[in-house]
Design a protein around this ligand. Structure first.
Ligand SMILES: Cc1ccc(O)c(S)c1
Ligand SMILES: [Zn+2]
Length: 240
């Protein structure tokens, strides 16, 4: 019922209004992951994550999420393994969330939506010389998506490794950025198990603003892109 009261225009933040779909896009994100249609790939390795908290630089509001930036001038916070052919450097992480707990995540699993979704954005230093260049490269980026569900716990937002669920299971598919330029440069790795965050943490997200000082206040909520067609893609799973 809550979803029926959800007005599509709420999710059409000016950011996406003009770019609901990239013309000719064949691998757009986010998608609804149909668990029974995902294909177990025994060649998928465990994902290896080595984050160095000292690479954490600062947090800022970029107008459509809050983002924690990392020093990516060396291979200090990196991921490798999984579906990846080499290592990727952590550049930033940010979240997407809803105005209420009934919606907010970008990806869905069997049409189940979560209140929020964490994106850990990495770039390929082997095929690109900078993050900005990697955004335009085929598979220049890897984004790890982690669902958030509300419960009563505390978590430290600045040590990204503690943002990762202990369960190693993930789905992976070829997709795109979910914000402009929506480039089809992302290998998505979606963790099967959500992390649990305190309801107060979700409320704090909803206190942020899309607007700058002096403008009429607009709460930063519903900063997620609508689902995109799967088209000719298969989602692989790292687990049976
Ligand atoms: C590079 C980048 C920027 C913003 C995003 O929401 C995503 S998913 C990726
Ligand atoms: Zn994102």
């Amino acid at each position: 019922a809550a979803c029926s009261s959800f007005r599509l225009r709420d999710a059409l933040h000016p950011l996406w209004q003009s770019e609901l779909s990239v013309s000719g896009g064949t691998r757009q994100s986010p998608i609804n992951i149909q668990w029974r249609d995902s294909v177990y790939d025994p060649h998928l390795k465990p994902l290896k994550i080595h984050y160095d908290p000292t690479t954490c630089l600062y947090i800022w509001n970029n107008g459509y999420s809050f983002q924690v930036e990392f020093d990516d001038s060396a291979d200090k916070s990196v991921i490798m393994g999984g579906p990846l052919e080499n290592h990727y450097r952590l550049k930033q992480f940010h979240f997407h969330w809803g105005a209420i707990n009934e919606w907010g995540s970008e990806h869905m699993v069997d049409s189940k939506v979560y209140p929020a979704e964490l994106h850990l954005v990495h770039w390929n230093p082997v095929t690109s010389t900078s993050f900005e260049e990697a955004i335009m490269e085929n598979n220049g980026l890897v984004v790890i998506g982690v669902f958030l569900k509300d419960t009563i716990v505390e978590f430290d937002v600045f040590d990204p490794s503690c943002l990762m669920p202990s369960c190693p299971d993930y789905w992976t598919y070829d997709g795109s950025l979910t914000t402009p330029p929506l480039t089809e440069s992302v290998t998505w790795i979606i963790k099967k198990t959500p992390i649990e965050v305190d309801q107060n943490q979700l409320e704090e997200f909803r206190m942020l603003l899309f607007t700058s000082a002096g403008e009429e206040e607009k709460r930063m909520v519903d900063n997620f892109r609508p689902l995109q067609p799967l088209m000719n893609r298969t989602v692989r799973s790292s687990f049976r």
